[in-house]
Design a binder for this molecule. Structure first.
Ligand code: S3P
Length: 173
């Protein structure tokens, strides 16, 4: 069976929804950012601070290359995975791409709780989020299916994704 690949901006719930979805489907769950952190033995915030974004993007590409070969797995990506068309081409070969979206307010609220996101570690966060969302919107729009997570619990978002996967025949065979 194909992988289910979750893409979307920071704070749209990819990791929590991915973990729940994998549990619901009885499939393994892989989070690309967590894999990068474990492999490098440092957090992504540390990686950005000590090695820079380009270094992180290289690690991200390598990890996508490996994980894209998996099958039958729920994969949560980092928000910037869409910036590299090669990443998306690889993930798409064996997977259905589901994008999670949320409003600027929701993202601001959800990402405000931790400082684990170096790209948002700024004072003008609202403007920054709005600008990055607008820049990346065309890339996220390339998903096979999109779910708006505003006002939804992760459980409800999982229900919506499962309905879609079932309807499209991804869960049979
Ligand atoms: C990034 C999103 C982060 C992480 C890194 C860069 C981005 O992942 O990969 O900080 O460019 O949007 P989450 O979307 O899981 O926060």
């Amino acid at each position: 069976m194909k992988n289910v690949v979750l893409i979307g901006f920071m704070g749209t719930g990819k990791t929590s929804v991915g973990r729940l979805l994998a549990g619901r489907l009885g499939r393994p769950f892989v989070d690309i950012d967590q894999k990068i952190e474990r492999h490098a033995r440092m957090t992504i915030a540390e990686m950005f601070a000590t090695r820079g974004e380009e270094y992180f993007r290289r690690r991200e590409r390598e990890t996508v290359g490996r994980v894209a070969r998996y099958r039958n797995t729920v994969i949560a990506t980092g928000g910037g995975v869409v910036l590299d068309p090669g990443n998306m081409a690889r993930l798409r070969t064996g997977g259905v791409i589901v994008c999670l979206t949320a409003s600027v307010d929701t993202i601001l609220e959800r990402t405000g709780r931790s400082n684990a996101r170096p790209l948002l570690d700024r004072t003008d966060r609202r403007e920054l989020i709005a600008r990055m969302l607008a820049e990346r919107a065309p890339l996220y729009a390339g998903a096979d299916y999109t779910v708006d997570t505003d006002g939804q619990t992760p459980r409800r978002t999982v229900d919506i994704i499962v309905d879609y996967l079932r309807q499209e025949g991804y869960l049979s065979g």
